[in-house]
Design a protein around this ligand. Structure first.
Ligand code: NAD
Length: 489
């Protein structure tokens, strides 16, 4: 079967592909500003039907008990995606503005393969553990711990890495035996809608187990957070929205799982290869136009080498121009929308108002009349108290800040409301380890080590989130624990 454009304008509700009650809304190519086509625009009534279907599928079927069947369905989905991987690649580049090179990693192929990891967990996980016999008030009891699905999961996702984030929720939630209502971001509905088409047409997922509800209306996310039939909300997005989700979910005491924003530090120690480290920091912040929550956006360098580091970083950034994501050599594609680009540009103005210097970049590239592009930008001359050093910009903007030694670098890295990720560069293993232990973040790369993998738990300290995604830890977020005690002789 070939995926048709109309497949992307359907909702998946209760096993059926249906139109949105609100009609359709436009999907825009951020690299050209052209309308790519239409996505189904769900209303609150559609969301209500999706939640009802997920509830029924959880309560009235054997889905949550049949581990082998779930593993089989997830592998079917992975294989269907693999069979259509080139169609998905082109749609991802067009809809997300994702650089082509990145679709062979975390923008597409990585997350598709990760579904196999979660299927494997459904097969291999210890669903029951024997706690042995205990005696309480003279009564002997034999205890077992059972691990069970939480129930109906509301999954709310952003636009920057749609496949990675959609599958990092669908994979473990379904493998664990939950049913899911997925609400993707309005900017990237097709990446999710086409998964719904494949689920309906090429897999044996029972009706209601997966529901995919695209909408131009953010309020449908809020609906998932408040509806009493939803047991767990798994949210990825901005910290501000995460707080709103947690507040709303408190009314029905749902479990909440939050992956939020970041302002991660790239720490260069004084014994590191300065030019190599600065080159990698420049590459990282330019990747996908800086639209990654875990990308490092503060570059901390030894004060005595500050000028040298500014020069090396600027040189590297000049070699990473913003450009057409279709080109295999493009690292920095467009920003997702005009609104997001305006937000980034407001921060560039703020950097200057705060006394910073734009060393390179600082605005729209002159060679692109259309497309929401921003040149990779380096801001110098500010310390960590500047707003551009504290707030998430979500664009290709790097702030370079001097530090006075390893402990000062740790202090600056931690002087942030966020704690998502980071990078440490140095040659002395003891000093590197000291910094690794001092930095309060959920992931850290050392000298270029890559932490992203299916089995690697990812998530944030502080206001970067609650819980972990991926790995066994990410799978267990979607489980409840039941203790069963029986008389023992
Ligand atoms: P956003 O918070 O605006 O939206 C995320 C999702 O929440 C969308 O689907 C949106 O429709 C929905 N939503 C909006 N208002 C809602 C509400 N009141 N209740 C429930 N749902 C609501 O984020 P965005 O602009 O789509 O994405 C960018 C942000 O996401 C950045 O801050 C980035 O750091 C963060 N992010 C975090 C991670 C992570 O894993 N930590 C990954 C990717 C992106």
């Amino acid at each position: 079967m070939t995926l048709r454009p109309t497949d992307s304008s359907s909702l998946l509700i209760d096993g059926k592909l249906v139109p949105g009650s609100g009609g359709t809304f436009d999907v825009i190519n951020p690299a050209t500003e052209e309308v790519l086509g239409a996505a189904a625009d769900a209303t609150s009534a559609d969301m209500d039907a999706a939640i009802a279907a997920a509830r029924r599928a959880f309560d009235d079927t054997t889905w949550s008990r049949d581990h082998a069947f779930r593993a089989r369905c997830l592998r079917q989905l992975r294989d269907a995606l693999l069979a259509h991987i080139e169609e998905f690649r082109e749609i991802t580049i067009a809809e997300v503005g994702a650089p082509r090179f990145f679709t062979s990693g975390p923008q597409l192929e990585g997350p598709v393969a990760d579904l196999g990891y979660f299927a494997g967990l459904a097969d291999s996980y210890s669903w029951a553990q024997d706690l042995g016999v205990s005696t309480t008030m003279g009564i002997k009891s034999h205890r077992r711990v059972l691990k069970e699905a939480v129930g109906v999961v509301g999954a709310i996702t952003p636009w920057n890495f749609p496949h990675q984030i959609n599958f990092a929720k669908l994979g473990p939630a379904l493998a664990a035996g939950n049913t899911v209502v997925l609400k993707p971001a309005p900017d990237t509905p097709w990446c999710a809608a086409l998964v719904g088409t494949l689920i309906a047409q090429e897999t044996d997922f029972p009706p209601g187990v997966v529901n995919i509800v695209t909408s131009s209306d953010h309020a449908l996310g809020a609906q998932l957070s408040t509806d009493p039939r939803v047991d767990l909300v798994s949210f990825t997005g901005s910290t501000a929205t995460g707080k709103a989700v947690m507040t709303a979910a408190a009314q029905t005491l749902k479990k909440v799982f939050l992956e939020l924003g970041g302002k991660s530090a790239f720490i260069v120690l004084d014994d590191a290869d300065l030019a190599g480290a600065c080159g990698m920091a420049a590459f990282t912040v330019s990747t996908h136009a800086g639209q990654g929550c875990a990308l490092t956006t503060r570059l901390l360098v030894p004060r005595e080498k500050y000028d040298e580091a500014v020069e090396a970083t600027a040189k590297a950034l000049r070699g990473l121009p913003a450009g057409d994501p279709n080109e295999p050599g493009t690292i920095c594609g467009p920003i997702i929308s005009a609104r997001q680009r305006e937000r980034v540009e407001a921060y560039l103005r703020l950097a200057v108002e705060e006394g910073g210097t734009i060393v390179v970049g600082g605005g729209r590239p002159s060679n692109h009349e259309r497309g929401f592009f921003i040149e990779p930008t380096l801001v110098s001359g500010l310390d960590n108290s500047a707003r551009v050093a504290r707030e998430e910009i979500f664009g290709p903007v790097l702030v370079i800040i001097p530090h006075d030694g390893d402990d000062d670098a740790i202090r600056i890295a931690n002087d942030s409301p966020y704690g998502l990720s980071g990078s440490v560069w140095g040659t002395d293993p003891a000093r590197v380890q000291h910094v690794v232990e001092g930095v309060r973040t959920g992931t850290l790369g050392v000298n270029g080590g890559i932490w992203y993998a299916a089995d690697a738990p990812f998530g944030g300290y502080k206001q970067s989130g609650i819980g972990r995604e991926m790995g066994v830890a990410g799978f267990e977020e979607y489980l409840e624990t039941k203790l069963v005690a029986e008389p023992a002789s």
